[in-house]
Design a protein around this ligand. Structure first.
Ligand code: GLC
Length: 581
């Protein structure tokens, strides 16, 4: 049955348009490139910088404003490059500094800005500093760059506190002292090979300011700051009975709360400590010395949104990922609530809101939204787990993306989502590389399923990912259907849907636009708002929703149908953007 909506409109403005929004990052659509899985030029099966350069025309045609590159620095790759051994060099897997410079110049020539990843919470255990720390004595300056502590209990056999690693298992590893005796312990919130730095040490501050300058001098437009809420720990490293997981399982089944938070958040003594803000104030000053509105974006799994907004106060970072939006279930009231709360929290500090649905750490939204409870967020999906409904998931994912891109602020896309790529949910466990899989005692499959090399050409070996057909993870056979070349120029394909939406978003300046809830269209299954003069209607329910008389469609996740009444209708599980004549 069609829901016929009254034609009179009543709206509630929650965010005015911001015509003075001068800096590019306030409205930018930023595309995350995960270098090892984007495009491989060398043929070794692992993506690289020349591969990225070769595919920049795809990104230019797509119409994104910037790319963010996950780490490509020297690294033993125990956590896919988030374990950095040298912050000032490119890992040979990905190419050379000259390859980076060439990629940056090409991107800039195409009007695409480039943000790089900065990993300041921890180094690799192969970083020169950590090697020196292992060789030095307890209490030495070398150990003072990390969080070395004596153990508890007889002989110091127990870890210094009870913290657990985000990837599972204890957050402490004991070292053998240079004289061969069992020694101190060091803290690692992630893998054993990722020792946490001590951010109370001025040397650490000086080093990272120098790293910032190294990349700013090369011309990067900003930094995505890894684990931005974790660098400072509570004094004394007190025991904590809770979990140290960054991504809180409490989100499952919740529909949100008053403040827009979707779960318990991370309240432990390792997260969101006051001291982190001093670091970002200092970094803000460094970036301000450079021209071109360079920016910092926080990866901070912090709730409620009012806490997250503290990272983007005027003298701190510029953006923070909105994970509250990402973790909201496919539920109209919950989505309205999180959008209102997000805009309210960021408006209060004069920062843009960001929106994000997928990244390299979560199950792709085309698969999350095909789960029995759409939007729940398992830490990976394996062959024995309930499998998502692929078709429904994709339909909803496109609707979710159109909803997201209709919102004012900045939006992040994750490579492959413009192809509608699903998670690889049947990957052979023997192939898994995410340390989560083994550190959790094989209970959490982890993130490999969203990191599978992209399909560029349906008929080529490895779907055109590399010239040899090699791929570091096996692609599922279904990737043939999603390959970029079979979607190019095909009306209604996912890539053309993204391209069209991005073009309209840019042309109508929706990024700097407004948000007013359309109360007359809103319903239990409908999210409806206007941004400037564009009406965005997301229909999460099974029945079509009629658009007002005279609506002219400017973009849609699925083409609207015309009802017997002559009115256009938003189909089930679809989003339509319309202008009213
Ligand atoms: C961030 C990254 C993730 C990495 C972790 C440790 O959450 O996004 O991929 O494993 O930090 O660096």
């Amino acid at each position: 049955m069609t829901t016929v909506m009254p034609s009179s409109t009543s709206t509630t403005l929650v965010h005015p348009a911001s015509e003075q929004a001068a800096e590019w990052w306030r409205t930018a659509v930023i595309y995350q490139v995960y270098p090892r899985s984007f495009a491989d030029a060398s043929g070794d099966g692992i993506g690289d910088l020349p591969g990225i350069t070769s595919r920049l025309p795809h990104l230019e045609r797509l119409g994104v404003d910037a790319v963010w590159l996950s780490p490509f620095y020297r690294s033993p790759q125990h956590d896919a490059g988030y374990d950095v051994a040298d912050y000032r060099d490119v890992d040979p897997l990905f190419g050379t500094l000259a390859d980076f410079d060439a990629m940056l110049a090409d991107a800039h020539a195409r009007g695409i800005r480039v943000i790089v990843d900065l990993v300041p919470n921890h180094t690799s255990s192969e970083h020169a500093w950590f090697r020196a720390a292992l060789a030095a004595a307890p209490g030495s300056a070398e150990r003072g760059r990390y969080l070395f502590r004596d153990g508890r209990g007889p002989g110091g056999d127990e870890p210094p506190n009870n913290w657990t690693s985000v990837f599972g298992g204890p957050a402490w590893t004991r070292v053998v002292e240079p004289d061969g005796t069992p020694g101190q312990w060091y803290l690692h919130l992630f893998d054993t090979t990722q020792p946490d730095l001590d951010w109370t040490n001025p040397e650490v501050h000086a080093e990272f300011e120098s790293v910032l300058r190294f990349w700013l001098d090369r011309g990067v437009d900003g930094f995505r700051v890894d684990v931005a809420h974790g660098m400072v720990k509570a004094p004394g490293l007190p025991d904590w009975a809770g979990t140290s997981a960054m991504i809180d399982g409490a989100h499952e089944g919740e529909t949100g709360s008053e403040d827009g938070s979707t779960g318990a958040g991370n309240r432990g003594p390792m997260w969101d400590q006051e001291g982190v803000h001093d670091i970002y104030r200092a970094w803000h000053r460094v970036l301000a010395e450079y021209d071109g509105d360079r920016c910092l974006v926080a990866e901070a799994w912090v709730e409620p949104l009012s806490r997250l907004a503290r990272y983007v106060r005027p003298d701190e970072m510029h953006q923070a990922f909105n994970f509250s939006f990402l973790t909201t279930l496919w539920d109209a009231p919950a989505l309205r609530e999180v959008v209102t709360a997000s805009l309210g929290a960021s408006d209060a500090v004069g920062a843009p809101t960001t929106w994000v649905l997928s990244n390299h750490d979560v199950v792709r939204h085309a698969s999350r939204l095909g789960l029995e409870v759409p939007g729940t967020k398992p830490n990976g999906i394996g062959v024995g787990d309930p499998q998502p409904d692929e078709e429904l998931g994709l339909r909803r994912a496109r609707a979710a993306t159109l909803l997201m891109l209709g919102l004012p602020g900045s939006a992040y896309l994750y490579q492959g989502e413009e192809l509608g790529l699903p998670e690889h949910t049947t990957l052979d466990d023997a192939e898994r590389e995410d340390p989560t899989w083994w550190r959790s005692g094989h209970t959490e499959r982890g993130r490999d399923g969203c990191r599978v090399p992209l399909p560029w050409a349906a008929g080529a070996p490895g779907y055109g990912f590399s010239p040899t057909g090699a791929t570091w993870l096996t692609q599922p056979a279904s990737f043939a259907r999603y390959a970029a070349d079979v979607q190019e120029g095909v009306e209604g394909s996912t890539v053309e849907t993204y391209r069209a939406a991005l073009a309209v978003r840019r042309e109508l300046a929706l990024g700097s636009g407004s948000l007013a809830w359309d109360e007359s269209l809103t319903g239990p299954d409908v999210v409806a708002f206007t941004n400037r003069d564009v009406l965005v209607v997301a229909n999460l329910g099974p029945d079509p929703v009629a658009l007002p008389q005279g609506a002219e469609v400017v973009a849609s996740s699925v083409a609207p149908a015309t009802a017997g009444t002559g009115r256009l209708e938003v189909p089930a599980e679809a989003t339509v953007w319309a202008r009213l004549a």
